[in-house]
Design a protein around this ligand. Structure first.
Ligand SMILES: NC(=O)c1ccc[n+]([C@@H]2O[C@H](COP(=O)([O-])OP(=O)(O)OC[C@H]3O[C@@H](n4cnc5c(N)ncnc54)[C@H](OP(=O)(O)O)[C@@H]3O)[C@@H](O)[C@H]2O)c1
Length: 383
C-alpha cells in the first residue's frame, strides 16, 4: 500500500530520523512534503534527494534562496501559514509532526481535520490543545499515532486488552543528566551540562525539558488527552536504562511492558507502518548485555515539574497552553544565559498560577493564552 509522508520539522532530530526510516521502508513509502523554520540549506539538500511535491519554510526571508536551490518540480511555500498550506495542498497518507513547540499546532489541526494519519512527535501541540485536537480526530476519523517513545510504548502495550480494562499507565523517565544531583548543585547547572543527556540523543529543547523533567510533565498531559486517561491513572517511574518505555497495568494485575533500545527510529517507523511491523534500522536490545533494569519513583523535591504536569492535566482548559508556552519561553531564556537552571520551572509555575482559567476554550483562546504566557514570562523577569 502506498504511503506518502509529509514531514513537518524535517531538519530536526526526529525529522532526520524519519527520513532515514522512510529510506529503509522501500518504494511503498515516499516523501510528499518537507518543512522547517529557517534551515533552508538542509531543507534544499533534503528536497534534492527526496524530490517532494513541495517544501515549506516558516521564515519568509529564506524563500528566495530555497526556491533557487530545490529541484524545478518542487513547489516552495513560505511564511507563518506555510506548514498548514503544505498539509492542505499536498496529497499524502501520513503527516509526521516533528516541529518543536506549539508552532506546529495549526498544521497538526489541519492534518487531523483532513482525516489523515498523524504520526505525532510534537507533544507540545497535544499539551496545548489536547481536547480540541482529539475531538477533531474523532469527527474526521484521523488516526493519531504517538511517536514519543513512552506513548508509543503505552499505545502498543494497550493492545493487549480493552481500554476499559486498563488500571494504570506508567511512563518511564531516564531522569535526565541531573538524576543524582542535589538541588544545590542543580542551581548552578550550565547549559552544556543540561544538554548532556545520558541515554537519548535529541534536539536541544526536549533535552533541557528532560533535565528539568518538564518533559515528563508534558508527557503526563499528552497521555491524558491522547488516551483519555484520568491523571490519577498515569504514573511516572524513573528508569535510568531507558529500555522499558512504558508499562500498562490491567484489571487483573497483569503488567504489559514495551521495551526496545533508546532509538527514536523504532517508534517513528511504528507510527508510519502501524499496524504492520517490519525490519527497522535500530539495533536490537540485548538484555543479557544489559544485565539488570532499575526503577525508582521521581523525587518531587528536586523535580517539582512532575507535580505541575498532574496539576495541568487535572485543570484542562487553558492550563496546557499556558504551561507549555511559559516553559518554551523560559527554556529560551536559559539557553540565552538570562536565567539560571531552576528558574525554568519557577517561572513556568509562576505563570501557570497567574493565568485566568477558561474551562472550555476555543482555538483562538489557546493562541491568546500562549501569547500571554510568553509575555508574562518576559514580564516576570523584569519585576
Ligand atoms: N528528539 C527526540 O528524540 C524526541 C523524542 C520524543 C519526542 N520529541 C518531540 O519531537 C519534537 C521535535 O523534537 P526534535 O528533538 O526533533 O527538535 P529539533 O531537533 O530542535 O528540530 C525541530 C524541527 O522543527 C523545526 N521548527 C522549529 N520551529 C519551527 C517553526 N516555527 N515552524 C516550522 N518549523 C519549525 C526546525 O526547523 P529548523 O531546523 O529550521 O530550526 C526543525 O526541523 C518536539 O516536540 C519533541 O518534544 C523528540
Amino acid at each position: 500500500m502506498q504511503n506518502r509522508v509529509i514531514i513537518l520539522g524535517s531538519t530536526g532530530s526526529i525529522g532526520r530520523a524519519g527520513l532515514e526510516v522512510i529510506g529503509g521502508l522501500g518504494p511503498e513509502c515516499s516523501v510528499a512534503g518537507l518543512a522547517a523554520r529557517s534551515s533552508w540549506k538542509a531543507l534544499a539538500e533534503q528536497a534534492r534527494y527526496w524530490k517532494p511535491a513541495a517544501v515549506a519554510i516558516a521564515e519568509d526571508r529564506h524563500a528566495g534562496d530555497l526556491r533557487a536551490a530545490v529541484p524545478p518540480q518542487t513547489r516552495v511555500l513560505s511564511g507563518a501559514e506555510a506548514l498548514a498550506e503544505l498539509v492542505d495542498t499536498v496529497e499524502c497518507e501520513c503527516v509526521l509532526a516533528a516541529v518543536v513547540g506549539s508552532a506546529g499546532l495549526p498544521a497538526i489541526l489541519r492534518t487531523v481535520e483532513l482525516g489523515r494519519r498523524l504520526a505525532l512527535a510534537n507533544k507540545e501541540a497535544l499539551v496545548a490543545a489536547g481536547p480540541i485536537l482529539m475531538n477533531l480526530a474523532r469527527r474526521s476519523g484521523a488516526e493519531v499515532i504517538p511517536v514519543d517513545s513512552e506513548h508509543s510504548g503505552a499505545f502498543q502495550a494497550m493492545l493487549a486488552g480493552h481500554r476499559r480494562e486498563i488500571r494504570k499507565v506508567c511512563l518511564t523517565a531516564s531522569g535526565g543528566p541531573f538524576r543524582t544531583w542535589s538541588a544545590e548543585r542543580m542551581a548552578g547547572a550550565t547549559l552544556e551540562q543540561a544538554l548532556s543527556h545520558p541515554t537519548w540523543n535529541m534536539g536541544p529543547k526536549i533535552t533541557i525539558d528532560s533535565a528539568t523533567m518538564i518533559n515528563k510533565a508534558l508527557e503526563i498531559i499528552e497521555a491524558r488527552w491522547l488516551f483519555g486517561l484520568d491523571p490519577e491513572a498515569i504514573e511516572v517511574l524513573i528508569h535510568p536504562e531507558s529500555v522499558v518505555h512504558a508499562l500498562v497495568e490491567f484489571a487483573d494485575g497483569s503488567i504489559i511492558a514495551q521495551m526496545g533500545t533508546p532509538d527514536m527510529r523504532t517508534p517513528i517507523q511504528y507510527a508510519l507502518t502501524y499496524p504492520r511491523r517490519v525490519t527497522c534500522p535500530s539495533p536490537p536490545l540485548d538484555l543479557r548485555e544489559l544485565g539488570r533494569l532499575n526503577f525508582e519513583p521521581p523525587d518531587p523535591e528536586r523535580f517539582p515539574a512532575v507535580r505541575l504536569g498532574y496539576e495541568v492535566a487535572r485543570a484542562g482548559g487553558l492550563a496546557g497552553a499556558v504551561f507549555n508556552a511559559a516553559n518554551e519561553a523560559a527554556v529560551r531564556l536559559f539557553r540565552n544565559g538570562e536565567i539560571r537552571f531552576p528558574e525554568i520551572v519557577e517561572l513556568t509555575a509562576l505563570t501557570l498560577a497567574r493565568h485566568e482559567p477558561n474551562p472550555q476554550p476555543i482555538i483562538d483562546d489557546l493562541l491568546a493564552a500562549d501569547r500571554w504566557a510568553r509575555n508574562e514570562v518576559a514580564r516576570c523577569l523584569t519585576c
